[in-house]
Design a protein around this ligand. Structure first.
Ligand SMILES: Nc1ncnc2c1ncn2[C@@H]1O[C@H](COP(=O)(O)OP(=O)(O)OP(=O)(O)O)[C@@H](O)[C@H]1O
Length: 460
């Protein structure tokens, strides 16, 4: 939400003050007008404007006396000083004291308004740079935040595995950051300048999968007029992340195993094999040992992948990282939305730290962004946090199924005109269940009684 710029105007000449206020308000600015420095200081004690426009000479203390108060602000306003014609020395003094610009009387209105808009724009850019600097200052490993011992161990393992060439299996609950880990593996490897491709194995219809993965020859099937390179070929020389690997159909698992063993793919309908050099990373939130036991995942493929396995820890096992991540997401939100929320109240932070986060980092990220959107105070308070986070007693896992809860609030009206279509209601309910599970699609699909593939189709 971009807010209207607020300008504090300090000018003792009533006629000029009213004229400037009128002109600025006509431009859409919010203006607080004061007749002397004392009144100006009172305003500065209660709120920080985006721009201070002050006459230099005022009755009592002069315009420069306002400047020391600005250094107390987190994001000091830009400062425009107005001086009497000919007092260049005074203007220089104003710039030395920290003003951003000065104009001499009589003011030329277009020039004045242009200067105001330029100073506000400069301030916006300055704040943005400051936000991004503070983002960079957070210690990260390839964009992954984590100071906890569990994450430091993971970073150590990534560094070691990245230099090996074998396939890697990244396991962890939904939303723990497996995709970031895969990207870090690529960026840390000697293939970092090669392509990095991601494919969601749960999101491609079964009948299209083989040609998506391995490509096809011209005329291989109806509609395949030209030959087409598959994902493996597109990732040649780089890395291919097979996300949601646990969802891959058994028939394709056999073909994947062959690629892992000899590095060759055969496009659908082609007689020729193509030799490739692709680093394969599989990511899954499924317990593959169980999947092997129930026959839905090939044992030989599992053992081939398991040599280099990385386990991404759930957020609840990362201690203080919850606070670090929450602050990181808030800083990023502030920078993107041009907001200046200062942080979290102690109570809100305690609630976040006591929550079990079944949806892991993704759920935390969504919760912070939602709270920040609704936040109308300097700090995020408990009532800004999603209800389910506040309601869960510390340490209590969420129920596995939420089908019993009466939480559904569908937009049903008694007037026929206001009644939504079945599709709207269905989509909303699906979104609600996905949200309630913290983005865990497997759980959401279970609750909804549909397959994950159907769920993905509805979410598109
Ligand atoms: N340690 C972290 N630091 C910063 N951002 C993170 C971290 N971990 C996760 N995220 C962010 O959380 C979101 C979810 O991460 P990601 O998609 O990598 O999870 P995932 O484990 O692959 O989830 P799924 O199993 O559902 O596909 C992303 O927006 C990601 O950028």
């Amino acid at each position: 939400m971009t807010q209207t710029d607020h300008i504090l105007l300090v000018e003792d000449d009533r006629g000029l003050r009213e004229l400037l206020q009128e002109e600025l308000e006509a431009e859409g600015y919010r203006v607080t007008a004061c007749a002397d420095a004392e009144q100006g200081l009172q305003v500065l004690h209660s709120e920080t404007p985006d721009l201070l426009v002050s006459d230099l000479r005022l009755p009592g203390a002069d315009g420069l006396s306002l400047l020391p108060a600005l250094s107390q602000c987190d994001m000091p306003p830009a400062v425009l000083i107005i001086t009497a014609f000919g007092s260049v020395q005074q203007a220089v003094k104003a710039l030395q004291a920290g003003a951003d610009d000065f104009l001499t009387k009589p003011l030329e209105m277009d020039h004045f308004l242009l200067t105001v808009s330029r100073l506000l724009e400069n301030r916006r850019l300055r704040n943005e740079v400051q936000h991004y600097r503070s983002l960079l200052a957070v210690e990260q490993f390839n964009g992954i935040i984590g100071q906890s011992q569990a994450m430091q161990q993971l970073f150590h393992n990534i560094r070691q595995i990245a230099s090996a060439d074998g396939p890697v299996l990244v396991q962890g609950e939904s939303g723990t950051g497996k995709e970031l880990v895969a990207r870090a593996l690529h960026d840390q490897s000697s293939r970092r300048d090669g392509p990095y491709m991601v494919v969601n194995c749960g999101g491609i219809p079964g009948e299209l999968m083989e040609s998506e993965f391995f490509g096809h020859a011209a005329g291989a099937f109806t509609g395949a007029r030209n030959q087409r390179a598959g994902l493996f070929q597109q990732a040649d020389g780089g890395t291919l992340l097979l996300d949601e690997l646990g969802e891959m159909p058994l028939s394709l698992q056999a073909k994947l195993l062959r690629v892992l063993q000899d590095g060759k793919v055969r496009p659908v309908g082609s007689d020729h094999e193509i030799q490739l050099d692709v680093h394969i990373i599989g990511a899954t939130n499924r317990n593959l040992t169980e999947a092997v036991a129930d026959g839905s995942f090939r044992e030989d493929l599992f053992y081939r992948l398991e040599t280099f396995a990385l386990q991404v820890p759930p957020l609840r096992a990362r201690g203080d990282d919850i606070q670090r991540l929450a602050e990181f997401f808030l800083t990023r939100f502030n920078a993107r939305q041009q907001r200046s929320i200062k942080g979290f109240s102690d109570e809100a932070l305690a609630i976040l730290q006591g929550y079990t986060f079944p949806g892991n980092v993704r759920e935390l990220q969504n919760a912070v962004e939602r709270a920040a959107t609704f936040c109308d105070t300097p700090l995020i308070e408990i009532h800004h946090l999603p209800q389910r986070i506040c309601e869960q007693p510390a340490g209590q896992p969420l129920p596995v199924s939420s089908t019993s809860g009466p939480a559904t609030q569908l937009p049903v009206s008694n007037e026929p005109e206001g009644m939504p279509t079945l599709e709207t209601v269905q989509r909303q309910y699906i979104q609600q269940v996905v949200q309630a599970t913290g983005g865990n699609k497997r759980r959401a699909a279970d609750i909804l009684g549909i397959t994950r593939r159907t769920l993905y189709r509805w979410l598109e």
